[in-house]
Design a protein around this ligand. Sequence first.
Ligand SMILES: [Mn+2]
Length: 328
Amino acid sequence: MTANSSTAEIVAAMRSAQRIAVVAHVRPDGDAVGSILGLALSLRALGKEVTALLEDGVPENLAFLPGTDTVVQPVMDSLDVDLAIALDTATHERIGERCKTLLDAAPVLVNIDHHPTNPRYGTMNLIDADSPATGQIVYNLLSEHGLPIDDAVRQNLFVAISTDTGSFQFSSTNARTHQIAAEMIGDGLDTSRLAQLVYQSYPRRRLDLMRAMLNEMQFRASDRIVSWQLKQQLMDDISMLPGDTEGLIDTLRMMDGVVSCVIFEDVAGGKVRVSARSKDPRLDVSLICGQFGGGGHRMASGARMRGPIGDAAEKFLQALEDEVRRLD
Ligand SMILES: [Mn+2]
């Protein structure tokens, strides 16, 4: 596996470029949106022309973040840049088909990510699997090399870190994560306001989803596995929007004794999106997702399976149950 480029080399590439594109993965989450905007706003303050690209645009729940009005979807025919930077994106394909086509012409691709399975598809790579969020890698990069960090940059990177750590609760959270939050608060960031915007500003749809989930969730392996199937019918009934499900799975991990939770979701093309979490470090859900062509982190992974959703769920849960029983 190719080694990481030094952060100095990566910052030098950013400083010498004039036109830069930043991009993250399809179905962007808080870390994806916060990381591209935190970096984009800093580079714009340096005088760079930065295009922030997201195949699927910004989900409604993150639209409050500063700079989201500058994010564009890849509808143009071509994009002339000196440098492209992919953030939080575990495989090259996950930036999305149209984004990939547009950015294939970029002479240099910098790949900054924290997924351990990232195959280092960039010309330059900065993969830090010890960072709980890509936003933490970006903040370190900016602060170590004296790149501009203002309140708008902080808001984006704080939300990136907060969402990917489950509000600083997951085992991936480390001392540096809290140091960064402390630095940001010391510099005047209003984290309570951001927490309210991220975690206490859901639309009614979110609670409708949650109600359905609590009604329909299923337990197995002596209540150590809890799962839910989010079906197309419910999405239609409540007019669900992208982003409505972000973090929903964390409700399933609330119960004592649960070691793994899984949400299955109908997606386009008769496929089923699987999101799996582990609460026990001995249980590596990325291996189970790997059996179905997916991957991710040890404690948080995903996969895409062929539908129908009930069949996919049964296959996945059987494999998961086998692993959970091995913990005995
Ligand atoms: Mn992430």
